[in-house]
Design a protein around this ligand. Structure first.
Ligand code: PAF
Length: 278
């Protein structure tokens, strides 16, 4: 496995992978089993697998979150090597943004709710870094986790709209044994918060059962109250959205497929999760 820490090193190493399909897993490092499962999907499907490790400053709208984001490059590389990765791209900011990126992307309105209004600029920053990485890595497939449900939909949208010809593969959310969705941010939780955090999934996974019993608004309120009963947790939002347009639904019959998504604080850490309701 080659670890390229500059653009030049990367481009040189990438040339050696030109005789087969390349699968790409973009990450911000602090890798856990969730990332490794994306890597495994790529290794199975593609001749070569490239992983990027880059904490992208343009997608953080909270400077403290950016500063405290865990950085564990050596451990990450050890994990990737064991998983059969061919090439790691761990660039510096100057490699990705030689000058400030001022591009504004058309996200097709898919950022109008959920994380969109709560983290202004986040998805535009994701589009900036992902398009830049696609231009450099030139993969045939790219793998994203369903834990970031809105992110995958947005990536699919701009990949198609900009004519990249890259297949976006959506992979299932990996969970800890107690149900907590795997996330690099879990390592930032205090022991008490870590113990409390599985309560989020315990509550939201009951959403399908609520459809016969109450309205969408009542279900949202009910789940919010249940999660908030745990003193370590505080719901920022819970929304039920049409899984294809990502617009909130008012009635269960408003969409063929409904996804619940939420953000919950275990302060100062902010956890997100989602489940299919129908
Ligand atoms: O999901 C992430 O870790 C990031 O948003 C991504 C896709 C690597 C872009 O920085």
């Amino acid at each position: 496995m080659i670890v390229a820490k500059t653009l030049q090193e990367f481009l040189q190493a990438r040339e050696a992978l030109s005789n087969g399909n390349v699968g790409f897993v973009p990450t911000m490092g602090a890798l856990h089993q969730g990332h490794i499962s994306l890597v495994e999907h790529s290794v199975e499907k593609c001749k070569y697998t490239v992983v990027s490790i880059f904490v992208n400053p343009t997608q953080f709208n909270n400077q403290n979150d950016l500063a405290t984001y865990p950085r564990t490059l050596e451990a990450d590389c050890a994990l990737l090597e064991k998983s059969g990765v061919d090439l790691v791209f761990a660039p510096g900011v100057e490699d990705i943004y030689p000058s400030p990126d001022e591009r504004v992307f058309d996200l097709g309105g898919l950022d109008s709710c959920g994380e969109g209004p709560r983290t202004p600029g986040h998805f535009n920053g994701v589009a900036q870094v992902v398009t830049r990485l696609f231009d450099i890595v030139k993969p045939q497939f790219a793998f994203f986790g369903q834990k970031d449900f809105q992110q995958v939909a947005i990536v699919k949208h701009f990949t198609k709209k900009l004519g990249y010809g890259i297949e976006i593969v959506q992979c299932p959310t990996l969970r800890e044994e107690d149900g907590l969705a795997k996330s690099s941010r879990n390592t930032l939780l205090t022991p008490a918060q870590r113990e409390a955090a599985p309560h989020i999934y315990e509550c939201i996974k009951t959403a399908p059962e609520l459809m016969d019993k109450m309205s969408v608004a009542e279900a949202v309120k009910h789940l919010q109250e249940r999660i908030n009963q745990n003193s370590e947790l505080e719901v920022e939002y819970i929304e039920m959205v049409d899984a294809s347009t990502l617009k909130p639904v008012e009635k269960w019959s408003d969409a063929q497929e409904i996804q619940l998504w939420c953000a919950v604080y275990a302060r100062p850490v902010r956890l997100i999760d989602n489940v299919k309701v129908k």
